[in-house]
Design a protein around this ligand. Sequence first.
Ligand code: ADP
Ligand code: MG
Ligand code: ZN
Length: 479
Amino acid sequence: MDYEAIIGLEVHAQLQTRTKCFCSCSTEFGAPPNSNTCPVCLGLPGALPVLNREVVRLATRAALALGCRINRVSQFARKNYFYPDLPKGYQISQYDKPLSEDGRVMIPVDGSSKAIGIIRVHIEEDAGKSLHDGFSDSSEKSYIDLNRSGVPLIEIVSAPDLRSAAEAHAYLTELKAILEATAVCNCDMEKGNLRCDANVSVRPQGSKEFGTRTELKNLNSFRFVQKAIDFEFHRQIEILESGGRIVQETRLWNSDEGKSYSMRSKEEAHDYRYFPEPDLLPLVIDEDYRQKILHTMPELPEAKKARFMKDYGLSMADAAWLASSKSASAFYEETAKLTPHFKPLLNWIKGELTAALNKANQEIETCRVTAPHIADLVNLIEDGTISGKIGKIVFEEMFAGGKTAAAIIDEKKLVQINDAASIEAIARQVAAASPENVAKYKSGKTGNLAWFVGQVMKATHGRARPQVVNEVMKKVLEE
Ligand code: ADP
Ligand code: MG
Ligand code: ZN
């Protein structure tokens, strides 16, 4: 039997505020443990939460960017559970009256667009962090760091509209692009600013009903999300095929082993004893405020992609790649003012520059290559001053030392040799140096022309224009 996967993702995104959700402690990452705390986020008796205005602004902005309806009145609620890093014994979240509902994200699937529903976007606070140490010996200890306690998050719950690990990946990529474009979240997964839980079930192809789902936690990279979903898809099929039943449970992904393990049976909403947070008033978002946020909305990735296709003639795949990165698209647009060669420019940014940045662990904004640098390089290649191959050498030098293409070409004498006369002189030397190969060529084994061309390229350190070398070499051999 053929099965299909049904996937819904719950994404937690940390809002880029300076201070926490309900107190004025700093949200700075990496501060000494427990230094960014106060009676409110430590959950001391009698402390009262005060809602951070910036949290409301960013959450509303995200919800609108995701096409959600904003509820005029939403309500904070206490989600009760015991955990060492949850000092109050409850998390302030939103439950039956969330900030916003019914949005959608468009993702590319097989060359067209598919809408993925957003069930809700609500505001909640983060818990603290437990750190475990020394579990292999007798000195085992756990530590609690409450710097993260009370840091503002939004939870974005997708509808069960995703049908494969690849679609889940595409959805996360688009979501990340939207959160970055709106400056809602910096989406640094290594710092846990974007976290994802995946709900997965399977059903026989063609069936209308959903199967029982499991929830996968601890997916801290897009790659792990994909791997964990694939693993879960096959695990569930195996159980069903052998006549078993899927148990609704929460599973933990172990990325080292590439497997997930059952963590606990799935908790139900009533296990959390939700009730309205008595210390906070209902949140009212009036139409004026909503309009104000809408009017300051930047261009979103979907619109950007369409514009890149139209203005620069880029393919849908290239435009999508570019639009998904705020920094790459800003850099591209700046550079595109300085060169008319839009497609080669895109290739340089998507290829060489991105690879170099990854390798050096640098960002586009702070690396030594500037927009005029890349534009000059592209122009010099396109007008034939240097070859594409030499361009790569120039680029490396440029990336390492921040010099201009012209300076590097001058310094290293890399200008392309275009004139047939100089190339012919070299071609004759190459031919004279290897009479046996010339004889072979003349006897009809003309396939070794490539070898001769290679010799000329070598002799000119790759500077000769390959088309000219080809013609000239052939002429010399056929005399
Ligand atoms: P809960 O609050 O218990 O986690 P929700 O109904 O809010 O449950 O759903 C949470 C997530 O699970 C959503 O992203 C939703 O799309 C997804 N989901 C719900 N049912 C299924 C299913 N049968 N298979 C896969 N995902 C599902
Ligand atoms: Mg859930
Ligand atoms: Zn605090």
